[in-house]
Ligand binder design. Structure first.
Ligand SMILES: [Zn+2]
Ligand SMILES: [Zn+2]
Length: 199
């Protein structure tokens, strides 16, 4: 492995450590989000994973934190986008979700968009040979929840065995999930997370 790649890995690891130890010390949400955002940008080599631009880049939550607060600091739930691509993603959904409406009624939370963004992370990790579960970790919640859902046991087992990474799992599950199953899944996600909603 050449020095440049080694240096890059060391820098990303250092950023990850800053974030994880701040989480352990229970620092404020604003502080943690700032560290999370820095980690995401350095991991993605300070460029938009959608269009490769390095102008006005920002870290974006793939599954937004109002819907999935337990994933607010998950490494695999963040992606670097330029402000233009970021704006396009958010144009699909603005503001807080109206939880009384059926999912999709507000034209947000497009499962294809999630699958697309998770897919960009997987592709970039493969291209740059980055360790997926170390730099793109996703918590157990999604795994555990999907365990209860018929048809995805096999996929979950591949993650438990370590055959596929968590980020790959996220890509596959959103890519393949049928529409009806999806709304049930997200309703349950909202119920599980509701008490912990962050801003
Ligand atoms: Zn965003
Ligand atoms: Zn872009």
């Amino acid at each position: 492995m050449n020095n440049k790649i080694e240096e890059e890995l060391t820098a990303i690891r250092a950023r990850r450590k800053v974030l994880t130890s701040a989480i352990e010390r229970k620092r404020s949400t604003i502080w943690l989000l700032r560290l999370w955002s820095r980690f995401i940008r350095i991991r993605d080599a300070f460029r938009c994973l959608c269009c490769e631009s390095s102008e006005r880049i920002q870290a974006h939550h793939i599954i937004r934190k109002t819907l999935y607060p337990l994933g607010a600091f998950d490494l695999g739930n963040g992606i670097t986008l330029c402000s233009e691509c970021h704006g396009r993603v958010h144009a699909m959904f603005n503001g807080r979700p109206d939880l009384s409406l059926p999912l999709g009624a507000e034209q947000g939370d497009d499962q294809d968009e999630w699958a697309f963004l998770f897919g960009l992370l997987v592709d970039d990790a493969i291209r740059r040979d980055l360790p997926q579960d170390e730099f793109y970790y996703i918590g157990d919640h999604i795994l555990e929840f999907s365990h209860a859902c018929q048809g995805y046991e096999e996929l979950r087992e591949t993650v438990v065995r370590g055959d596929i990474s968590r980020i790959r799992f996220a890509h596959e599950i959103w890519r393949t999930m049928p529409e009806g199953f999806y709304s049930g899944f997200v309703s349950e996600l909202i119920r599980l997370n509701f008490d912990d909603l962050l801003d």
